[in-house]
Structures are given as structure tokens and as C-alpha cells.
Design a binder for this molecule. Structure first.
Ligand SMILES: Nc1ncnc2c1ncn2[C@@H]1O[C@H](COP(=O)(O)OP(=O)(O)O)[C@@H](O)[C@H]1O
Ligand SMILES: [Mg+2]
Length: 283
């Protein structure tokens, strides 16, 4: 059992892409993967409710959910394989979880979860989140938890994502969205985690611009020289991120191809062995 909180230097840093790629790669290695997006904001309203796109992306990457799976909680009486078959997932050992379990808090406004919750007259119960995430982590080899925005984004007036990681006793993986300004954001994030006694598993640099961008071309070496934190890899700039993630969520053969592509991407560019070893090491 282990949980890993994936945070970023900012919103749009590449947390969902990196988390999805890691989930797909570890899944392809035969590990049982859980995914969570505890709070998602900016969810569009659909006929069946607020749609958490990040949560759906992660669940599809880990093959724990497909669009054909039931929206309501799956009967615990059904065996996982039967449930997977019923959901249309073409993977014998896939388990199916309702999106509600992956993303218990969904809000329409694209704001920090604390404020997005307040604007619909509710609050986030962080203690309850910690209990359910801990229980879910026990059931899998690794539970990948995507934050929202960056480390100090508030879930409540008293709890940020850094606090959530500490309460879960989970290490944090920082996704550095590489662009001009990323060095400052990365060093601030790492320092904030350290001063709050959160274990930093390492960081992955995600190239948000194509080669030829001077900042992006130099950020990784500069960051590696300035911090002793573990560098776990660098994802190249890709021209088809949106299409790949959309294909993943669509299900079927296209999703299978997208999952394969993401798994190959993570295997080629992220130090997965070091990541898994560090995630399972107790503090
Ligand atoms: N490696 C990359 N190459 C090209 N575009 C990227 C890359 N990573 C992220 N993006 C772009 O940035 C957007 C935000 O990425 P996402 O993973 O959703 O960030 P976050 O989850 O941190 O908000 C993606 O939809 C994509 O358009
Ligand atoms: Mg995201």
C-alpha cells in the first residue's frame, strides 16, 4: 500500500498528463493502481451532473473506469473481472470504480477548491477525505492522487494540499511546468513542502513549449544544479496531448491506444523504478 500526491508548480503544469502517464505505465507493469482527484473545480455541467474531466482522464489511464461503466456505485457483489467486462474495459484484471469515488468533490467554478465549495454553500471535509483516501490506498499497490493547482492551494481555511499530503503520510511528486518563471515556482514549491515536513519524492519537468524556447531548453539543467531534490525525468513537449487525453476518456480501441502511448511515454522519460521504490519507502 502506498499513496503518492502529485502536485504542480501551477495550474496547467501537466499534473494530469504526468499522473495519467505514470498510471498507465505502472498498470502495464501489472501493478494495481488507484487514482484520485479529491476535489475538481471548473467542472462543466452535463445532463448527469458535474463532469470531472481530470478524474475521468486518470481513471481511464489506470483502466479503472470507462464511459460505459455505471455512474452509481458498483455492486460489491460483482467480481472485479465481471465488472470490468460489464463496463467495456478490454482488460481482464481491470477494476471498475465509480467516478464519485475517484472525485468526491466537484464544483462548477474554476477556483481553488475552498472557494469553489463556498460558492455553492458547502465545505470540504478533509478528515473524511483522509479516511477514504487511506482506505483506498490500502486496497492497491499505489494510489495516485492529483492535487489542484499547487502545493498551497487551500481545501479549507485550515488545510492546503501540502497539509493533505502530510495527513495522509504520503510523499509528493512535483510536476514542474517548464516555461519562463518555472525555476522560481519550482524552488518555492520544494521549499514550502520541506518547511511543512512533507516528504518530497522528487520532481518531473514537463516541457510546455517546443525545443527552441530558451527558458525551457535551459530550465532542467539549471534546476538540477540548484536543488538536491530527486530529478525523476523530463517529459518532452508533445503536439497531441489534448487529443491523446480525449481519446483516453472516450473509451474503446482509441483509449487502449492512448493508454499504450502514455505508458510508453512515462517508461521512456520518467524514472519509474525510483518513483515506485521511493513511494513505498516509509518516511
Ligand atoms: N508535455 C506537454 N506538451 C505539450 N502540451 C502540454 C504538455 N503538458 C501539458 N500540456 C498542455 O497543458 C495543458 C495542461 O496540462 P494538464 O496536465 O491538464 O495540467 P494540470 O493538470 O497541471 O492543470 C494540457 O491540456 C496540454 O494542452
Ligand atoms: Mg489537472
Amino acid at each position: 500500500m502506498s499513496a503518492l500526491v502529485v502536485t504542480g508548480t501551477d495550474t496547467g503544469a501537466g499534473k494530469t498528463l504526468v499522473t495519467a502517464a505514470i498510471a498507465a505505465a505502472l498498470r502495464a507493469r501489472g501493478m494495481s493502481i488507484g487514482v484520485a482527484k479529491p476535489a475538481e473545480t471548473g467542472c462543466p455541467r452535463r445532463a448527469d451532473g458535474l463532469y470531472p474531466e481530470d478524474a475521468a482522464t486518470l481513471a481511464a489511464a489506470a483502466a479503472v473506469w470507462s464511459p460505459a461503466s455505471p455512474a452509481s456505485p458498483v455492486s460489491s457483489a460483482a467480481a472485479p473481472v465481471a465488472r470490468a467486462a460489464a463496463s467495456g474495459i478490454d482488460d481482464d484484471t481491470a477494476t471498475v470504480e465509480p467516478l464519485d469515488a475517484v472525485c468526491p468533490y466537484r464544483f462548477p467554478d474554476p477556483l481553488a477548491p475552498m472557494l469553489a465549495a463556498a460558492r455553492v454553500g458547502t465545505t470540504i471535509d478533509v478528515d473524511a477525505l483522509v479516511r477514504t483516501l487511506t482506505a483506498r490506498a490500502v486496497a492497491v499497490d499505489i494510489l495516485l492522487i492529483e492535487g489542484a493547482g499547487g502545493v498551497l492551494v487551500p481545501l479549507t481555511p485550515a488545510a492546503t494540499y501540502a497539509d493533505l499530503a502530510r495527513m495522509l503520510d504520503a510523499p509528493v511528486l512535483l510536476v514542474v511546468g517548464s516555461r519562463l518563471g518555472a525555476i522560481n515556482h519550482a524552488l518555492l514549491s520544494l521549499e514550502a513542502l520541506r518547511t511543512r515536513a512533507v516528504r518530497v519524492l522528487g520532481y518531473v519537468v514537463n516541457r510546455l513549449a517546443p525545443a527552441g524556447d530558451l527558458a525551457v531548453d535551459t530550465n532542467t539543467d539549471l534546476l538540477r544544479g540548484l536543488t538536491a531534490d530527486r530529478f525523476l525525468g523530463e517529459l518532452p513537449h508533445l503536439t497531441d496531448v489534448a487529443e491523446t487525453l480525449r481519446a483516453l476518456r472516450a473509451g474503446g480501441a482509441a483509449a487502449h491506444a492512448a493508454r499504450t502511448r502514455l505508458a510508453a511515454l512515462a517508461s521512456a522519460h520518467i524514472g519509474l523504478d525510483a518513483l515506485v521504490a521511493a513511494a513505498h519507502r516509509r518516511a
